[in-house]
Write a protein that binds this ligand. Structure first.
Ligand code: NAD
Length: 423
């Protein structure tokens, strides 16, 4: 099949990682393999110019994207990322992982993702609002509660979702709460959504640890990225008896073999937006993070962090991929050969989209659930999904990643085949 003309062919991008993951699953797809090329190209990719007036009167232009990778099983679903390194190819990969993730937990969604290449920390709040509103208007031609539902990702949050919901609602003359998820509670947001991804990381980690015979009491965890995902996961692990022994974020790397004080850690994070000024741990070189003695490693920052060289140094027995695409394919092989169990992103961090789905369902029915009910339902969906994936891995003697792709891609391509090609 022909390659996509608009992707770089130099290798090493998140899209390359995704394609190699698809190639690994094709032998397990049986007769559905004839549809596998569907997985290797996005259905639709929109590039938009986002001009805004800065506070000083100048006009700045940002490049934005919304990619709908696959809509066979339902409307598109996936976050919006604001980051200076965002590219079309990265958004394509993230949208494709959303397709796989939604199918892995059997949500009635396809996969999508969006982003703007911008350093949002350099914008004032008003500039951030203007950029978000203009971006929402530009992608308004393809999003909607039944078409494609954005959510928060790196550097986006409930406030940004509120502006997106308002802009879309104003443009369409509706109050479209279901157009985005991860909204504030007053606007149809769901209890439990903010910490849902971290909770899902914890639930899959708890199940994997049980299978490895690893008690959570005293287990040592190292976390890269203490944001929405890593911070919530770390808190839940510590509540369950684990010791947080190392943290890395954009402000540096800190270690304490006796364990961080989680309450103090969270206070510093909320105050400074980074871990750098936490005084209860020793600062080490960033690269030394990968040598830290720990039992569970949670990459929860950005993609392509675990290279083959780093994989050789990792001491953990279990890697929980809170981030999307943190492990390169050759590093995956190294970890597998070394007997390190990897719970892949496409199931490990699916807790966020699962509670996003709950939010969307609640918005449509205008009837809201208690936090306990949400957490219980989330736990059950994650445990059931992981069990099916684990059974598939055992049956074919394949990694959890390839097994997750096998379960998910069978669902996606069955829907594709049943719908048929039109026109
Ligand atoms: P966030 O913006 O809340 O936090 C990102 C964290 O990464 C911060 O602690 C930041 O300091 C750290 N970081 C940034 N650059 C770094 C670097 N170069 N080295 C080390 N640390 C760095 O983002 P988030 O929502 O927690 O998302 C983190 C990852 O989880 C992303 O890969 C995202 O796609 C994925 N994810 C997020 C959700 C969600 O619901 N938020 C759901 C699924 C997957």
């Amino acid at each position: 099949m022909s390659q996509l003309s608009y992707v770089s062919h130099t290798g090493g991008t998140a899209w390359d990682t995704y394609i190699s993951q698809v190639d690994r699953v094709i032998p397990y797809l049986g007769h559905l393999a004839r549809w596998s090329e569907t997985l290797k190209r996005p259905k639709r990719a929109l590039i938009v110019d986002v001009p805004i007036e800065l506070d000083n009167g100048e006009v700045a232009h940002f490049e934005g994207y919304r990619v709908q990778h696959n809509l066979s099983r339902g409307p598109g679903k996936g976050g919006v990322r604001y980051h200076p390194d965002v590219t079309l190819e990265e958004v394509m990969a993230l949208s494709a992982w959303m397709t796989v993730k939604c199918a892995a937990v059997n949500l009635p969604y396809g996969g999508a993702k969006g982003g703007i290449r911008v350093d949002p920390k350099k914008l004032s709040l008003k500039e951030l609002e203007r950029m978000t509103r203009r971006y929402t208007s530009e992608i308004g031609i393809i999003i909607g509660p039944q078409r494609d539902i954005p959510a928060p990702d790196v550097n986006t949050n409930g406030q940004i979702m509120a502006w997106m919901m308002d802009t879309y609602s104003m443009n369409t003359g509706t109050t479209a709460t279901g157009v985005v998820t991860g909204k504030p509670l007053h606007l149809g947001g769901s209890l439990g959504r903010v910490k849902a991804t971290g909770r899902g990381v914890f639930v899959t980690g708890r199940e994997a640890a049980r299978r490895l015979g690893l008690s959570l009491e005293g287990v040592r965890i190292a976390v890269q990225g203490m944001g929405n995902v890593g911070g919530a996961a770390a808190e839940l692990f510590v509540q369950a008896g684990a010791k947080l022994v190392a943290v890395q974020d954009h402000t540096g790397t800190l270690v304490n073999p006796n364990g961080f004080d989680i309450a103090d850690t969270m206070t510093v994070l909320h105050r400074d937006g980074g871990i750098g000024n936490y005084t209860g741990a020793e600062r080490i070189d960033n690269e030394a993070f990968w040598d830290v003695d720990c039992d569970i490693l949670i990459p929860a920052a950005l993609e392509s962090q675990i290279t083959a060289a780093r994989a050789n140094r990792i001491k953990a027995k279990l890697v929980l991929e809170g981030a999307n695409g943190p492990t390169l394919p050759d590093a995956d092989d190294v970890l597998h050969d070394r007997g390190v169990l990897v719970v892949p992103d496409v199931i490990c961090n699916a807790g966020g989209v699962t509670v996003s789905y709950f939010e969307w369902v609640q918005d449509f029915s205008s009837f809201f659930w208690s936090e306990d009910e949400i957490n219980l339902r989330l736990d059950k969906i994650m445990v059931d999904a992981l069990k099916k994936i684990w059974d598939t891995a055992d049956r074919h003697k394949i990694s959890l990643r390839t097994a997750t792709f096998a379960v998910a891609c069978e669902r996606i391509l069955t829907a594709r085949e049943e719908r048929g090609l039109y026109p």
